[in-house]
Design a protein around this ligand. Structure first.
Ligand code: PXL
Length: 278
C-alpha cells in the first residue's frame, strides 16, 4: 500500500450548479486521494446561466490560511487551480505554488475563463494575460480551444484543423508549462476530443460528441484528469480517462429544459474512479 497522495484544489465554491469545488472534492476523493480545498470565493450559484447570484470574495482569507498551513509544515503532491476571480488571486496562488509544492509534486492549471469564443462575464480583457503568466508554473495546463486563444492573445478559431491545433499546442507550451492538454478538439462532426502534448508527439483521443452545452463539464474533466494523473497515470492515460469519465457523466444527463445550468450527474459515475484508488 503506497502512501496516500494529498492534493490541494484552489477555486471557488459555487453552492449550486455542480462545478468547481463541489465537483473537484468528490471526484478526487473517490479516487482515494486526499483532497484539501482553498476556497477563493463563495457564490450562491456559478455565473453561467443564473441571474442575481451572490459573491463573497475570500481573497483576504488566503494569506492567513496559507500562514497557518506553513506553521503545520504542510506540502501537497499536487496543486490544482480552476476558476480564479481576480488578478490578486492569481498573484497569491502563484506564491502558494512556490510555498506548498512537495518535492516531486505537480501543478495543474485549468485556466477557467472562457468558452465558445467568449470570456466569461466578470473577467476584464487583460485577465487572460495574467492567467498566461501563471501557466508558466504549471506541469500541465488544461485549456479549451477558446481559453487557448485568449491565453495566446489570438483570435478564436471555431473550425480548427489539425495543422492549427498542432501550432496552437506549440505556442501554448512556449508559455512555459511542461505539458498541454487541449480540450474541445473536433475534426469530425460526431467526434469530440482532446490533444495531449508534451513537446514531443501529439496524442489525440476522441469520443462521441453529445450535442448541447452542459455546465461544469470542464471542471469534471480537469478533476478526473488530476485524479488519474496523480493516482496512477501518465499524461495521455489521464487525458483519455478524463474524457471517458466526462462522457459517462454527460450521457446520464436528463434533457429537462433549463436544467443544463445545474450541471451533469457525475455522482452516478464516481464508481469509475475507484480503479485509481489503491
Ligand atoms: O465551471 C467553471 C466555473 C467555475 N466557477 C464559477 C463559474 C464558472 C463558469 O461559469 O462561474 C463561479
Amino acid at each position: 500500500m503506497q502512501t496516500q497522495k494529498r492534493v490541494l484544489t484552489i477555486q471557488d465554491i459555487s453552492a449550486v450548479g455542480r462545478c468547481s469545488i463541489t465537483v473537484a472534492l468528490p471526484i478526487i476523493s473517490a479516487a482515494g486521494i486526499e483532497c484539501s480545498v482553498l476556497p477563493t470565493a463563495v457564490l450562491s450559484t456559478h455565473t453561467g446561466g443564473f441571474e442575481g447570484f451572490t459573491y463573497r470574495d475570500l481573497t483576504s482569507d488566503i494569506t492567513p490560511i496559507a500562514n497557518h498551513w506553513k506553521s503545520l509544515g504542510l506540502t501537497f503532491d499536487a496543486l490544482y487551480t480552476g476558476y480564479l476571480g481576480s488578478f490578486e488571486q492569481i498573484d497569491l496562488v502563484s506564491g502558494i505554488f512556490d510555498d506548498f509544492k512537495a518535492p516531486g509534486g505537480v501543478v495543474i492549471i485549468d485556466p477557467v475563463m472562457a468558452d465558445n469564443g467568449v470570456l466569461y462575464g466578470g473577467f476584464s480583457p487583460d485577465f487572460p494575460a495574467a492567467m498566461a503568466k501563471l501557466c508558466a508554473k504549471a506541469d500541465v495546463i488544461l485549456p479549451n480551444l477558446t481559453e487557448a486563444a485568449f491565453l495566446l492573445g489570438e483570435e478564436y478559431n471555431p473550425a480548427p484543423d489539425e495543422a492549427y491545433v498542432e501550432g496552437l499546442l506549440k505556442r501554448l507550451l512556449a508559455l512555459g508549462a511542461k505539458n498541454v492538454v487541449l480540450t474541445g478538439v473536433s475534426f469530425d462532426a460526431d467526434k469530440l476530443g482532446v490533444a495531449a502534448y508534451n513537446g514531443g508527439k501529439t496524442e489525440y483521443y476522441f469520443t462521441e460528441k453529445i450535442d448541447g452545452y452542459y455546465h461544469g463539464t470542464g471542471d469534471i474533466y480537469a478533476s478526473a484528469f488530476l485524479a488519474k494523473f496523480v493516482g496512477s497515470g501518465g499524461l495521455t492515460d489521464a487525458a483519455k480517462f478524463a474524457a471517458d469519465f466526462t462522457v459517462c457523466c454527460i450521457r446520464l444527463k436528463q434533457d429537462i429544459p433549463g436544467e443544463a445550468r445545474y450541471g451533469v450527474p457525475f455522482e452516478k459515475c464516481l464508481e469509475l474512479l475507484t480503479e485509481i484508488a489503491q
